[in-house]
Design a protein around this ligand. Structure first.
Ligand SMILES: NC(=O)c1ccc[n+]([C@@H]2O[C@H](COP(=O)([O-])OP(=O)(O)OC[C@H]3O[C@@H](n4cnc5c(N)ncnc54)[C@H](O)[C@@H]3O)[C@@H](O)[C@H]2O)c1
Length: 356
């Protein structure tokens, strides 16, 4: 059985630990939480008490006693933890964003490429976006012409996130665009491919230097397709994190207000239909209260896929998306920030891998 380490026992570390513990209990993975660390000892103790593993005194104490590690520290903690884990040849699940700066993202990518790894861009596991990617790529309804993706959540230094580091540019790298909408940029690139130019405008009204709370990004593609991302951190504390995606192809309009199962509404000249995404069959064997089912499935599925790949008959393989996919999304985000700093002037993108 593979021994799992957890470096960082805050919000997302706890979500991952809960999902992993469920997978272990259901016999769906041959792996279990073994060792955990967080400088906040209470957080580490709580995570281990409910999900398994023992609390260790340092990052290295964990890394020296596990086979695979989840790196779920705040963003500027990813690079040193990844470097130490790579030194030990461990398989790594690294949270997004890879690092606060693009240079740091390149460094994390170089390191992760040396070991089996996966990045926590979990929207790629959402059935509704997989359906959109399939429909657009199949071209059944003609080429994609225009896409609008709106992502909003309340400014996450409060409420259930309660993470002051998200207000500090050195640790977070920026605001709503890099910290939250790196997921959206990754989805847009997955569905549409690499853009040729990026332009953006950002605004900062809540008083956290370098932490934009509003970002509007325009992506232009070689075939003329245009995508607009609207990313907002507001102060509506009653409103949960939410997304709306609209895609116009030549012969169909798709839209969804849910970022996991949908439904995806597909409107053509002939009919309007709904495609409801399906969680993996095995999700039914998890012992999870109904209210948590969506969140747990959204994180359990990528984790299970990663661990399945580590146990592949031909030897361990990296999961999907990998660090190169993540770096390509960061390249777009970096271009957007450069555009915004230059009054919204379009920035040409000359390099970037093709979508997986
Ligand atoms: N994939 C997703 O859907 C998703 C969702 C939320 C957060 N995230 C990412 O996960 C990371 C953590 O976010 P969060 O919401 O859990 O933040 P958080 O503040 O709730 O937790 C971060 C934890 O990391 C700990 N930490 C800091 N340095 C550490 C170190 N060297 N070793 C061990 N622990 C350390 C902190 O004490 C804290 O408990 C961020 O990069 C964030 O962007 C991803």
């Amino acid at each position: 059985m593979k021994r799992i380490g957890m470096i960082g026992c805050g919000h997302i570390g706890t979500v991952h630990a809960y999902a992993l513990a469920q997978l272990t209990r259901a016999g769906l993975i041959d792996a279990a939480l073994h060792a955990v660390y967080d400088p906040d000892a209470d957080r580490a103790a709580k995570l281990a008490r409910y999900n398994g593993g023992t609390v260790r005194a340092s990052v290295l104490d964990v890394l020296d006693d596990v086979d695979v590690v989840w790196i779920t520290t705040w963003t500027d903690g990813h690079l040193p933890a990844v470097a130490a884990a790579v030194e030990r040849g461990l398989a790594i699940f690294c949270e997004k964003p890879l690092a606060p700066t693009f240079d740091g993202c390149e460094r994390v990518t170089e390191l992760l490429a040396r070991v089996p790894h996966q990045v926590g861009l979990v929207l790629r596991g959402a059935p509704v976006f997989a359906t959109v990617a399939d429909l657009v790529r199949d071209g059944e309804y003609g080429a994609a012409q225009a896409v609008v993706l709106r992502d909003d959540q309340y400014f996450p230094v409060q409420g259930m996130y309660g993470s002051t580091w998200r207000g500090e540019v050195e640790r977070a790298g920026g605001g709503t665009l890099i910290e939250h909408s790196i997921h959206d940029v990754d989805v847009l690139r997955w569905v549409l491919g690499d853009p040729t130019t990026v332009s953006a405008r950002t605004a900062n009204r809540f008083g956290y230097p370098g932490i934009e709370d509003t970002a509007v990004v325009q992506l232009s593609f070689a075939d003329g397709c245009q995508a607009t991302l609207v990313s907002v951190w507001h102060q509506i504390l009653s409103r949960g994190s939410s997304r709306r995606l609209e895609v116009f192809c030549e012969q169909a309009f798709f839209h969804t207000d849910d970022d996991y199962l949908g439904p995806l509404v597909v409107e053509t000249s002939d009919a309007t239909t709904e495609i409801v995404g399906q969680a993996p069959d095995w999700a039914a064997s998890l012992d999870v209260p109904e209210v948590y089912e969506k969140a747990v499935a959204a994180y359990a599925a990528p984790s299970k896929a990663f661990l399945d790949g580590l146990a592949a008959p031909g030897g361990p393989v990296s999961g999907w998306p990998d660090a190169h996919d993540a770096l390509a999304a960061h390249r777009i985000v970096d271009a957007a920030y450069r555009s915004a700093a230059d009054g919204g002037r379009p920035v040409a993108l000359t390099s970037g891998a093709h979508p997986a």
